[in-house]
Design a protein around this ligand. Structure first.
Ligand SMILES: [Zn+2]
Length: 253
């Protein structure tokens, strides 16, 4: 049993009893952590609004050994989600981030950079001056990169050889990225993507790049990019993410 402190984002909260909740956090130092929050459902509970969905907070929890649930002992609110005050689609975009973290990260598998990226997403998504559609694509690609699921965008996902640029390239949803002509035969779930689409995916997936802030070509290609990304997540998660149905640009494809 040990007392752990870390910065955390609330990604799930379910009722456990009349007075308690089970809260899942995406934490900076431990990755996903699920803990019992005793008294969280009481009106004047010990955690107040720190456990609202997607709140950023500083938490202390008791890490128990074996199958026993960790126990939350402190949660101090640092930032509350404000996307809902801006636009309902932005609120759903933030919920989508929580859904992806819940599905694609593991307990006690830390990704401090992804924590920073998530925090940044939530803050930028509150800003009406920032377009949230390219922001979602940027976040998806950063999350895929951090969790080891980024599709191969330069080399063939089959043989590892660099794929020569062409007006259209085969993209394997199951193979996990672009595929060269020799590896294409017999592959299932292939889509053909235009060179401009591939370039946008590369720019947006570049951790150092800021093309997602400025690249107008995203808008022109959005209708082609979204189905590929949506299907990629469906294959990865084994089901359609729930929030795809709530966000206009994700729901259309
Ligand atoms: Zn190949």
């Amino acid at each position: 049993m040990s007392d752990e402190k870390t910065d955390a984002i609330v990604i799930r909260c379910v009722d456990f009893s009349e007075t308690s909740s089970i809260v899942t956090f995406f934490t900076k130092d431990f990755g996903k952590v699920t803990a019992l929050a005793k008294g969280a459902r009481r009106k004047k509970g010990p955690f107040e609004s720190a456990l609202d969905l997607l709140a950023t907070c500083r938490i202390v929890f008791l890490h128990k050994s074996g199958d026993v649930l960790d126990l939350l002992t402190e949660a101090k609110l640092q930032h509350r989600l404000r996307a809902s005050e801006v636009d309902i689609s932005r609120l759903y975009a933030s919920y989508y981030v929580a859904e992806l973290l819940q599905s694609l990260t593991d307990e006690f598998d830390p990704h401090p950079e992804l924590f920073g990226t998530t925090h940044e997403f939530l803050r930028l998504n509150e800003n009406p001056k920032v377009d949230y559609e390219p922001l979602i694509l940027r976040y998806e690609l950063m999350l895929l990169r951090e969790t080891g699921h980024l599709p191969s965008l330069y080399k063939c996902a089959g043989c590892g050889k660099t794929v020569a640029s062409a007006p259209r390239t085969a993209f394997g949803l199951l193979a996990g990225g672009i595929i060269c002509d020799s590896c294409r035969h017999g592959q299932r779930r292939i889509v053909s993507i235009r060179e401009e689409v591939l370039l946008i995916l590369r720019y947006f997936a570049d951790p150092e790049g800021d093309a997602w802030r400025t690249d107008d070509r995203y808008r022109d290609r959005e209708k082609e990019i979204r189905p590929i990304m949506n299907q990629y997540f469906v294959e990865l998660m084994g089901k359609r993410p729930k929030l795809h149905g709530y966000i206009p640009i994700l729901g259309k494809s």
